[in-house]
Write a protein that binds this ligand. Sequence first.
Ligand code: NAD
Ligand code: ZN
Length: 350
Amino acid sequence: MVGYVVYGRGSFNQLDEILAPQRKANNPVIFLVDHFFENKPLASRIPLRGNDKIIFADVTYEPKTTYVDSLAQQLKEEFGTVSGIIGIGGGSTMDLAKAVALMMNNPGSSADYQGWDLVKKPGVYKAGIPTLSGTGAEVSRTTVLTGPTKKLGMNSDFTPFDQIVLDPELTADAPANQRFYTGMDCYIHCIESLEGTYLNEFSKSYGEKALQLCREVYVNKTGWDADSDDKLMMASYAGGMSIAYSQVGVAHAVSYGLSYLLGTKHGIGNCIVMNHLEEYYPSGVKEFKYMVEKNNIEIPTGICKGLSDEDFDKMINVSLGMKPLWENALGKDWEKIITREKLRNLYDKL
Ligand code: NAD
Ligand code: ZN
């Protein structure tokens, strides 16, 4: 779990104070910042000291192992080591910061650690400051990376941040569509966790709270205000805590196939899939469709049109490879329920 959590409007202003005890000798603190904030006011509020450095992270594509490796290599060559890596941005930047911090102290390529508990040494100090709410990447023990052969996280006890700063003010300017797609990632985490076979009281406690907050924001309210930012940031946190002790399900398992083949991004990909999952999550999908309509959001359709049989096979293979997700969703006999043919029919609809 994350060691230290600060929450509140304006808590970003405490960053200098938070980092002071972490500064070691002359080693700089590296701020890995979502490129959206280049030349934006937030960048000038970053508390730089000594030889600290801001690196604007290119999140045009979701994080790749090659990008993580090159950032870590660059920092090792320039500084030897660093006092810490601070990720400021959406889920992609959170994951990059976690992965780069780990690769500062672990040999080889980040691709060598895609899997479960393969990371053997703690990374350098790392802190996460989300600017979009929903993924739960700020609390999770993984960092989702696309590598040479797979899209899989570095899941380990060393992966969670040492500190997070949850300042809802930072999410205020996110475009409505992006905010919805990432927010729905949280809603979908809740549905998949609460309706999964891995459910337990820990996951349920957090999942129910996160779901309630998502509903307050997207179902009960019209329009967006500061209170919505406050609530969605806590929903993201609680949703992440919920899946930490359970698992995601069908929407994620199918969406990973889209993302692998077509590069579809996580939030929007989950929405595209959720739109067609009545069979698995009937009430969740009904509510999801209501929220889409109420919030005037467009969910793309027809994204699998014109794909070859070979392409469909690739997506099906990636999806069926997500065994724990299917087992959580459908139980121990999941392989009898979700056949290749059934999955092909589902991809055809997307
Ligand atoms: P993102 O980080 O990919 O960002 C999406 C877009 O929003 C980018 O263009 C970014 O520049 C922009 N952006 C970020 N903050 C903004 C702001 N405040 N205002 C305006 N624009 C802003 O989006 P995301 O949905 O937060 O994250 C998706 C990523 O998170 C994927 O890579 C996914 O694999 C990962 N993820 C990780 C976990 C985990 O547990 N580690 C869980 C879910 C998703
Ligand atoms: Zn997700």
